[in-house]
Design a protein around this ligand. Structure first.
Ligand SMILES: NC(=O)c1ccc[n+]([C@@H]2O[C@H](COP(=O)([O-])OP(=O)(O)OC[C@H]3O[C@@H](n4cnc5c(N)ncnc54)[C@H](OP(=O)(O)O)[C@@H]3O)[C@@H](O)[C@H]2O)c1
Length: 145
């Protein structure tokens, strides 16, 4: 078993090792926040990176361009909603088509709608469950993986 070091190394592209050389990692929600830090850490250990995002194209492009400039290896970016099983399959297929394989999947993307239960609408409740756990996929026709 490979033990990964997911501490955030600096963003100067410093190499922490080659433990993940030849491995392809897909980080959902990888273009911003914690996911972007995970991408940097995995790249600093030699992995080839793919990052998912929901729809903020500008932030994703900024991340991709900065990443290539810093690490010398490109990161591919893939838009899709992790709460939608069809988007999940499509983005996974995109990553494999682009990089030839997929070794590491980091299910990082998630949302919070920070209200007390009494103030949370049914739509918000199901949105959080759908994105964070996929538990309500069955309501929309089931998961046929
Ligand atoms: N930050 C915290 O203090 C904290 C604490 C506990 C747990 N967490 C969890 O850690 C994870 C990352 O948190 P964060 O603060 O780094 O989040 P963030 O900054 O809000 O992350 C945004 C990233 O997730 C993507 N994303 C959001 N909803 C998505 C969806 N439905 N499908 C696909 N991608 C989606 C965004 O894409 P766009 O740029 O296109 O919107 C972006 O790439 C989340 O699961 C969060 O719940 C965070």
């Amino acid at each position: 078993m490979t033990v990964l070091d997911i501490t955030q190394h600096d963003s100067t592209g410093a190499r922490a090792g080659d433990k993940l050389k030849g491995r392809v990692a897909f980080v959902t929600g990888g273009t911003r926040g914690i996911g972007a830090a995970i991408c940097r850490s995995l790249a600093s250990q030699g992995a080839t990176l793919a990052a998912g995002y929901a729809g903020n194209d500008e932030a994703a492009r900024r991340f991709r361009d900065g990443f290539a400039a810093t690490y010398g290896t490109p990161v591919s970016i893939h838009t899709g909603n992790v709460g939608d099983p069809h988007d999940c399959r499509r983005t996974i297929d995109e990553v494999i088509a682009m990089h030839g394989r997929l070794d590491i999947l980091v299910n990082n993307a998630g949302i919070t709608i920070d209200k007390t239960v009494l103030k949370l609408s049914d739509d918000d409740w199901f949105k959080v469950l759908n994105v964070n756990t996929g538990q309500v996929w069955g309501v929309n026709g089931g998961l046929d993986m």
